[in-house]
Design a protein. Structure first.
Length: 95
């Protein structure tokens, strides 16, 4: 793998981990609108990453929008079938 590709991959990995930490903290504080903004920005910056869709699904589920949650869980799984949190969330919520 080229050095630039490795650096890009590592930057995305760190960014997704940071996003997950931030979103979980905001969810605990019930700051849903701020969560949605952060996740939407990540989805735009990393359109092929599963994690933002999975997080958006979790947010939609907390807000009571089951169809939107399922769409995001399915999108996350379609982007990365090896991303187990998306698969777990689909199974848990009755895909």
């Amino acid at each position: 793998m080229k050095r630039e590709s490795m650096q890009d991959w590592e930057r995305q990995r760190r960014s997704m981990a940071d996003l997950g930490d931030r979103v979980r903290g905001l969810l605990r504080k019930r700051r849903y609108e701020e969560c949605e903004e952060k996740i939407a920005r990540a989805m735009a910056e990393y359109p092929h990453a599963a994690q933002p869709h999975n997080l958006m699904g979790a947010l939609m589920e907390l807000e009571g929008d089951h169809p939107a949650a399922m769409r995001h869980f399915r999108a996350a799984w379609a982007l990365d079938p090896a991303y187990l949190p998306a698969r777990y969330n689909m199974e848990r919520t009755g895909s």
